[in-house]
Design a binder for this molecule. Structure first.
Ligand code: 16G
Ligand code: ZN
Length: 539
């Protein structure tokens, strides 16, 4: 049978569920994400697009990840990973949306062929796709639909089964660079662990991690994967003692429930279970292990959170100092990328104390990642704990080839080279970021309370506002100001003017039909009051 007939026959097994009211499925900030029972046909069709993308790019391997991250267990999602491990190119998000919304099997085959013609894709060229999924039970059915699409289009594929999202990104890049000078590591899950564990030991440079670390894995895929990684790290040599909690992946309903990075960040408190022990260094991953939040409970003052902004400023300060000690300050441009949600105190700390440039972008990892690529050392984190540090090829080669002029300079260069391997260069990776934080704390000989003392967060409040049509809310200036509805921004400005050191903005969510209002002020009560006075302007 021809590819065309294969596609139609296979598609008939995965009928698209209508969303009603002429509503469309859209490839959003996190790919397609919704209730899992709507996603079977969507995932099949994403498989078709992934094979087209691979053929378009000369047979390079494309990744597909099935996950709904920090969302409830009943949700799922599917997104495409480009050859170097970054997110799908933005132009192709439109093609994904077009293909997924085809109204019949025939129309689907027709759109597939039209895309091939329009994009000048040779449908007989080789194609390769690799995929993985998080622990959601619905993932099985979705990857089966994906495999059907890959078979129908004669696409070579590898099913990596359970993976964290960043592991899939790693594998995509490793596959495409294997045997080249850009080689990213062995093409296997074990290769990922070997690379991280080796770089962790090397980055510590003989130092030892102090005290135990409790890691809350959101009852998601990060639990078993972190347990696997720990087998590769020598405890006696590194002093790295980890206790994994919330790692129940057998009861799907507990995924992200009252635990995990999103819970900690939005509720601004520790997961109730296991009962927090005062003073113990803790962190939480999210359901697919690409977000990380640190925290501890102080016996006197209570919960203290170290979120993405903190990790960002910690990494920028440490790497900035190393670059200076390595004698590379004049050669390499270091910068930090944040979104409007970054706490104002962190932005001040980075610009005024660390004296590094900060660029603000719209929400969504792809925006931050893209801007960070413009620096030699680009540190980017969203406040919610998703982020990483990108090194340019100039930076990586300088770490390896610059002739050190002193033992201190050599030490800095070796540490930087180790960080280049430790830090996931494709996407934010909670496990890799956690190892980075542990390395930095060991180097600085800091506890979490030392880290928390670098600056004081401005009190802030985030409110979700139900709106009729969120698409009416258009923003500018990296989402910090509203263009429409007309007059809304003036109302916000007028309220904000009444508070000292205050800031507020509103934006449409990219993942839900709602608006979000963020307010920051000098005191907790003022931040709350400001948010509550701004929010009604939208409902
Ligand atoms: C998605 C984004 C995340 C962003 C969040 C904002 C990726 C991989 N994920 O989860 O970075 O913070 O959306 O959600 O880009 P919102 O638009 O609903 O506020
Ligand atoms: Zn996630």
């Amino acid at each position: 049978a021809s590819i065309d007939e294969n596609i139609k026959a296979a598609s008939a097994k995965h009928p698209l569920v209508s969303l009603g009211d002429g509503k469309q499925y859209t490839y959003g900030t996190a790919g397609f994400r919704m209730k899992a029972d709507l996603l079977e046909a969507v995932t099949f069709r994403v498989g078709l697009l992934a094979s087209l993308r691979s053929r378009k790019l000369g047979g390079q391997t494309i990744g597909v990840m099935v996950t709904a991250s920090h969302n409830p267990a009943a949700d799922n999602g599917v997104k495409i990973v480009d050859p170097m491990g970054d997110m799908l190119e933005q132009d192709w998000e439109r093609h994904a949306t077009t293909l997924v919304n085809a109204s019949s099997d025939d129309e689907l085959a027709a759109i597939y062929n039209k895309l091939a013609v329009d994009l000048k894709i040779d449908l007989s060229a080789p194609a390769k796709v690799i995929y993985g999924r998080d622990t959601r039970p619905s993932g099985h059915k979705l990857v089966a639909a994906l495999a059907d699409a890959l078979q129908a289009t004669n696409t070579e594929f590898v099913d990596y089964k359970l993976l964290t999202t960043p592991q899939l990104h790693y594998l995509v890049r490793a596959t495409n660079t294997e045997g080249t000078p850009l080689s990213y590591g062995k093409v296997s899950e074990a290769g990922y662990y070997e690379k991280l564990a080796e770089a962790f030991v090397r980055a510590l440079r003989g130092r030892r991690v102090q005290g135990n670390l409790i890691v809350d894995c959101a009852n998601g895929v990060g639990g078993p994967k972190l347990a696997e990684l720990l087998k590769y790290i020598p405890k006696d040599k590194t002093g790295f003692h980890v206790k994994i909690v919330n790692d129940d992946v057998l009861r799907p309903e507990v995924l992200n429930l009252d635990c995990g990075a999103d819970f900690v960040k939005t509720k601004q408190r520790a997961p109730p279970s296991p009962k927090p022990v005062p003073g113990v260094r803790s962190c939480s991953l999210d359901g697919d292990a690409d977000r990380l939040i640190y925290y501890y409970v102080d016996a006197e003052t209570g919960f203290v959170m170290l979120d993405g902004d903190r990790i960002s400023s910690l990494a920028a300060s440490f790497i900035g100092d190393l670059v200076e000690s390595a004698g590379l300050k004049d050669e390499l441009r270091i910068g930090v990328v944040q979104t409007a949600y970054a706490n104002g105190a962190s932005t001040n700390y980075i610009t005024q104390h660390l004296k590094l440039p900060v660029i603000c972008t719209p929400t969504g990892v792809k925006h931050l990642h893209h801007v960070a690529q413009g620096f030699d050392v680009g540190v980017y984190f969203e406040a919610n704990g998703h982020g990483t540090v990108l090194f340019s090829s100039d930076a990586l080669s300088a770490f390896k080839t610059k002739e050190p002029q002193s033992p201190a300079q050599k030490d800095a260069l070796d540490t930087l080279a180790a960080l280049g391997d430790l830090i996931n260069q494709t996407v934010g990776d909670a496990i890799s970021d956690m190892l980075l934080v542990e390395v930095i704390l060991a180097h600085k000989n800091w506890t979490l309370s030392d880290w928390a003392m670098t600056y004081t967060d401005l009190p802030n409040r985030l409110v979700r506002v139900e709106v009729g049509n969120k698409d009416l809310f258009r923003t500018t200036d990296a989402e910090r100001r509203l263009l429409s509805p007309v007059g809304c921004q003036d109302e916000i400005d007028e309220v904000v003017r009444k508070y000292k050191d205050a800031r507020a903005f509103a934006r449409a969510s990219g993942t839900e039909n709602a608006c979000r209002v963020y307010a920051e002020a000098a005191t907790r009560s003022e931040a709350n009051e400001l948010a509550e006075r701004v929010a009604p302007a939208f409902s």
